[in-house]
Design a protein around this ligand. Structure first.
Ligand SMILES: N[C@@H](CCC[C@H](N)C(=O)O)C(=O)O
Length: 283
């Protein structure tokens, strides 16, 4: 079966984007893995599938599949690529779009300068909803945050656990470039305290408005940038009393900007979205 796709990225977090309004897209996990494969397929951290909305007042539905073939709840960089895709393909003439995801409706909008801001909704902080199993753990208080001590490869690491629609475990490191992302990332991703697995963030605080961030993503490994990971890291940093909004997040693939007023306020993620090429693949 031949399908048309668009290869895109947001700060180097790369995507195969599929229009499922004009072509039938229903793949097995093995087919998603093949699309994501950088040697035998197209290559991507995630596949994004654009469908008709199922809810009144919503413009589109957007589904996310990790490189390992698993469907997941949210993708911040993907939401920006989604907006550029539906505008460039003429699927809408709106600039602010309501899109339903597995974790609810989010509202991305294209700015005059071509950058895209995504209203990612409020962070979810209750451990059970992350989901994170805090049973029997003694949290360490820092500012408004509670840090959870978890054993990772023979050492105890303090984490903020929160959800941006998808689960994140954020730790602060002295030097993001030297952080043990490849070694500890898989252990954190599969930690028994996170029943749905977790995205592992390693954040270096530069000053109150600048951080460096690397993320070992659930189902994809380390990516050049993670939008929800940037939101989660900044929320954690603000709650810990270390950062003030807005925060510039330097990732290995480019810069993202995160604004959050605290409490139940929505997190705003701003950054680029780029189309790399169009193609067709027999899958
Ligand atoms: N790259 C994404 C997040 C994609 C999903 C994530 N790997 C998960 O499993 O939750 C982003 O930009 O947010």
């Amino acid at each position: 079966m031949k399908i048309k796709f668009t290869k895109m990225h947001g700060a180097g977090n790369d995507f195969v984007v599929l229009d499922a309004i004009h072509q039938a897209i229903e793949f097995t996990p093995a087919q998603w893995q093949l699309l994501a494969d950088r040697r035998f397929g197209v290559g991507a951290d995630q596949m994004l599938v654009i469908e008709r909305a199922q809810t009144p007042g919503v413009d589109f539905r957007y589904r996310i599949f990790n490189a390992d073939g698993g469907e997941v709840e949210q993708c911040g960089n993907g939401a920006r690529a989604f907006v550029k895709f539906v505008i460039d393909k003429g699927l809408t003439d709106k600039r602010a779009i309501r899109v339903e995801t597995m974790s609810g409706v989010i509202e991305p909008a294209m700015q005059q300068d071509g950058r895209i801001t995504v209203d990612m909704g409020a962070p979810i902080l209750a451990p059970a909803q992350v989901p994170f199993d805090a049973t029997g753990l003694q949290a360490v208080a820092q500012g408004e945050d509670r840090l959870w001590p978890l054993r990772v490869n023979g050492k105890t690491v303090l984490f903020s656990a929160l959800s941006m629609g998808n689960p994140h475990a954020v730790q602060i490191v002295d030097d993001a470039d030297a952080a043990p992302v490849e070694q500890d990332g898989p252990t954190i991703e599969h930690h028994v305290r996170f029943p749905k697995r977790v995205n592992a963030g390693f954040m270096q605080v530069i000053d109150r408005h600048h951080v460096k961030l690397r993320v070992f993503e659930r189902g994809a490994g380390e990516t050049l940038a993670c939008g929800t990971g940037a939101c989660a890291a900044v929320v954690a940093g603000i709650r810990r009393g270390l950062l003030d909004s807005p925060v510039a997040v330097a990732t290995r693939g480019g810069d993202l900007s995160i604004a959050w007023a605290g409490g139940d306020a929505h997190v705003l993620l701003t950054g680029p979205a780029v189309t790399v090429f169009e193609g067709e693949i027999d899958i």
